[in-house]
Write a protein that binds this ligand. Structure first.
Ligand code: 5AD
Ligand code: SF4
Length: 441
């Protein structure tokens, strides 16, 4: 038998790309490939790219340049670009970087094996269609190897919201939800393979409306059905839009024991003037009231957010309104970015804020967020929380895992292993993690 060919995948960007890379590796497995960690021994290199900000796309082109030497050494090496840069730039990628053999957009991954045959025959392959068939029908998880204790599971993809800064509606396409039965089947398969925590993924995951028994299911209904799976201990979901947080989902946060007390709910700005220009369709006050309702259902929930500073026409007063909103919420986690112009999006045409101003605002915002994160982390000391252990730590006998609130927690000398879930009393708060001791395994 011929030795299997080797596939090296490098993943950029969001968690959905991590999930997609796993599916691509499985699809290529059926074309005779096994994965490798070393690009130098690969027969095929795939970059799974991100287009959300300008720097992300530029990184891809510089990475591609670095593969020239490998290709000179090994002329049979094939190089592919997948993901959102592939979708947005299409054939332009091959023009700009001729060593690329294959370009495939996120909705066409099930066609990868045919595309691979095409490039092996010496042709270039390009597919950035939004096909009618469901890629997930072909990209099914096949029951196989054991998995680690945590996994991602895409339930919804694409976005119809068209925030004025964002490329997602163009690169991932219109909002589509997978049928509930498919999601449940995939979840059961993951659990059989050792998974104890599943994070449901979608660009607008709380807008989930997949076909199910008795009509379309909401995300809340899906979570309740998942919570009936024995062996599945923890459920999370990301990313949500404030306008899709319905009453049932808020109630689930209070009532469903397997739904973890962590919610990533981006607001982007605290200024109504900017929120309007961003086409977010909610106000700062509306967001704050929503947070209040969520906290009424689950008082200890940790809130996480995304912020953009220096959106076109953002004034110092607008920025101050964002800092005020952050003060009012008290974030346990946040991701913040300088606005990055994305060609083809409405905001790209508006008067831009100077780079130095963006940098200075980002710096101030991040200082505030860091203070809040530390404060929230410190409130954990003295509390007993659940921890799912994911890997050994650096110290002998140490294990590292994630708390219910998604804090990294390390415990020493517990005798527990990867995949164990324990009740842990938090005894200290360090710069990047919490220290704890086992109360009950
Ligand atoms: N510039 C900066 N940040 C952006 N995001 C999305 N588009 C842009 C852009 N053009 C951020 C938003 C979003 C997160 C995934 O990325 O905060 O929530
Ligand atoms: Fe982009 Fe999220 Fe807005 Fe959709 S809701 S356009 S994915 S920022």
């Amino acid at each position: 038998m011929a030795a299997p060919k080797k596939l090296y995948i490098k993943t950029y960007g969001c968690q959905m790309n991590v999930y997609d890379s796993e599916r691509m590796a499985e699809a290529m497995g059926s074309a005779g490939y096994v994965e490798t960690e070393d690009p130098a021994e690969a027969d095929m290199i795939l970059l799974n790219t991100c287009h959300i900000r300008e720097k992300a796309a530029e990184k891809v082109y510089s990475e591609l340049g670095r593969f020239r030497a490998l290709k000179d050494e090994k002329p049979d090496l094939k190089i592919g670009v997948a993901g959102c840069v592939a979708q947005a730039e299409g054939a332009e990628i091959m023009r700009r970087q001729p060593l690329v053999d294959l370009v495939v957009g996120p909705q066409s991954y099930h066609r990868l094996p045919q595309m691979e045959a095409q490039v092996r025959a010496g042709q270039k392959a390009l597919d950035t269609d939004f096909p009618l068939e469901d890629k997930f029908d072909t990209l099914r998880h096949r029951p196989k190897a054991r998995r680690g204790p945590t996994a991602f599971l895409t339930v919804q993809e694409g976005c119809d919201k068209f925030c004025a800064f964002c490329v997602v509606p163009y690169t991932r396409g219109a909002e589509v939800s997978r049928p509930a039965a498919r999601v449940l089947e995939e979840a059961r398969d993951l659990v059989e393979r050792g998974v104890r925590e599943i994070t449901l993924l979608g660009q607008n995951v709380n807008a989930y409306h997949g076909a199910g028994a008795g009509g379309d299911w909401s995300l809340a209904r899906l979570i309740w059905a998942l919570s009936d799976i024995d062996g599945l201990e923890r459920i999370r979901f990301t990313t949500s839009h404030p306008n899709d947080m319905d009453d049932d989902l808020i109630a689930a946060h209070g009532a469903c024991a397997k739904l973890m007390p962590y919610l990533h709910l981006p607001v982007q700005s605290g200024s109504d003037r900017i929120l309007k220009r961003m086409n977010r369709k909610h106000t700062a006050e509306g967001y704050l009231r929503l947070i209040e309702r969520i906290r009424a259902a689950r008082p200890d929930i940790l809130i996480s957010g995304d912020f953009i500073v220096g959106f076109p026409e953002e004034t110092e007063a607008d920025f101050q309104a964002t800092l005020d909103l952050i003060e009012a919420v008290g974030y346990g986690q946040a991701f913040s970015f300088k606005y990055s112009t994305r060609p083809g999006t409405p905001a790209a045409e508006r008067p831009q804020v100077a780079e130095a101003v963006k940098s200075e605002r980002l710096h101030r915002l991040q200082a505030l967020i860091t203070r809040q994160q530390r404060a929230v982390q410190e409130t954990m000391v003295g509390r007993t929380v659940g921890v799912l252990f994911e890997r050994p730590g650096r110290m002998p006998g140490q294990m590292v895992g994630k708390s219910d609130h998604l804090h990294a927690v390390h415990v020493t000398g517990s005798g527990l292993g990867v995949g164990d879930l324990a009740r842990v009393e938090i005894v200290e708060s360090g710069p990047n993690s919490l220290g704890g001791r086992i109360v009950a395994a």
